[in-house]
Ligand binder design. Structure first.
Ligand SMILES: C[S@@+](CC[C@H](N)C(=O)[O-])C[C@H]1O[C@@H](n2cnc3c(N)ncnc32)[C@H](O)[C@@H]1O
Length: 372
């Protein structure tokens, strides 16, 4: 069993040592690389990624610095301070080149990006124009083989007030979901939400729908969606999936309330769904395949007959450590990269405090169960 105490286990110490070894020996072969877990590696994201073992990460959940919106004072390799938006895109693409290598084949990426407005043509757009930075990044990634599966709209009930009088206030940010291949790990059941209506369908035959299963009206284009899933559910007398409905791609969540020394933190709720859906609770220790969820609980999905370890989420722009905190709460492993040493310290302390709180909650729950 994994120890949840604050002292590193001998296994963790060993991993840390091998990590140091790899850092000093730039010629270390791929088989020497051991993936560190539950730690933050200080350095530039693209450089640190190049030293991690290939095919070792289940999902990347991250929010890089947006272009020219903040100054983190993180040093020369700080992303977001480039002279033009195209240089910024090139730097992010470099980080994603590293991500391609470290992700497992069925792995994925959740990427939070938000646009800014130009003040001078040198930034890459006429003054007052949106830079279209997220669009530029996504087009560059799609060109390099990334499969763009979703653009989630994170709408904020508490957006920053603005005094602009000649355009609308910005009240949402994009959260992109990307994969490397057409087949990847996605546990929809883990993130379903309750149906709004529990009524049984009034039209079980589905005749009121515009067309029958497998048939498409002539006016539909080749990329139009189908009604087949809905028709199947109706034929079975259900109004939807018994475990709840797909949460959809508009998420309404307040911005983060963390009051530490970092000023651009994720709201924990925002990273919960990506981790639950894309970071498996258990993976095979030998081949890395995610275990399958079934009515019998979690079962292996390979023939290795090996043990398991937790799935792992990587945040290459760790900031104050929100991804790690949510991952631990959900029983997943995590790994962070952060350029600014002060933020590494800040996040490590924040994670330590949250872990202690969680241990207290777990202890009280266990005691409650014993006395019940
Ligand atoms: C938007 S913040 C991330 C906030 C994080 N999601 C949280 O909840 O705290 C971006 C972080 O990226 C770091 N950063 C900037 N350039 C970097 C680079 N080249 N490599 C790694 N980290 C970098 C900044 O110091 C900053 O902490």
């Amino acid at each position: 069993m994994r120890s949840s105490s604050l002292m590193p286990t001998p296994e963790q110490v060993l991993r840390e040592r091998s990590w140091r070894y790899c850092r000093s020996a730039s010629q270390a072969s791929e088989s020497d690389l051991v993936l560190p877990r539950r730690t933050i590696l200080q350095g530039d994201a693209a450089t640190v990624l190049s030293r991690l073992p290939s095919g070792s990460i289940d999902v990347l959940v991250t929010s890089p610095p947006y272009y020219m919106l903040r100054r983190y004072g993180a040093g020369r390799s700080e992303i977001g301070t480039e002279e033009s938006v195209s240089q910024y895109v090139a730097n992010l693409v470099k980080v994603f080149e590293g991500a391609v290598r470290v992700l497992k084949e069925g792995g994925s990426v959740w990427l939070n990006l938000s646009d800014g407005y130009s003040r001078h043509p040198r930034y890459g757009a006429p003054p007052k124009s949106m830079l279209l930075m997220p669009e530029r990044v996504l087009l560059a990634l799609a060109k390099r083989g990334w499969v763009v599966r979703n653009k989630v709209t994170w709408t904020k009930p508490n957006p920053l007030p603005s005094s602009v009088r000649d355009r609308l206030t910005c009240t949402w940010e994009a959260f992109y979901f990307l994969t490397r291949s057409r087949r990847y790990h996605f546990d929809l059941d883990a993130i379903r939400v309750p149906h709004v209506s529990q009524r049984r369908p009034s039209d079980p035959t589905g005749r009121s729908l515009k067309y029958a299963a497998g048939k498409r009206p002539r006016w539909q284009g080749p990329l139009a969606g189908s009604n087949d899933g809905l028709l199947k559910a109706r034929a079975e007398g259900r109004s939807g999936h018994p475990l709840g409905k797909n949460p959809g791609d508009t998420w309404r969540m307040a911005t983060a309330g963390y009051r530490g020394a970092h000023f651009a933190t994720f709201p924990p709720a925002l990273v919960e769904r990506p981790i639950k859906a894309c970071c498996p609770e258990r993976v095979c220790e030998s081949c890395g395949a995610p275990w399958r969820r079934s009515t019998r609980g979690l079962t292996p999905n390979c023939r290795c007959r090996a043990g398991w370890h937790r799935g792992i989420v990587l945040d290459p722009f760790m900031g104050s450590g929100t991804t790690a905190i949510v991952a631990e709460r959900l029983g997943r492993d995590w790994l962070g990269i952060e350029l600014k040493p002060e933020y590494v310290e800040l996040a490590t302390e924040r994670i330590r405090v949250e872990r202690a709180k969680q241990e207290e909650v777990n202890k009280n729950d266990n005691e409650g169960r014993k006395t019940a």
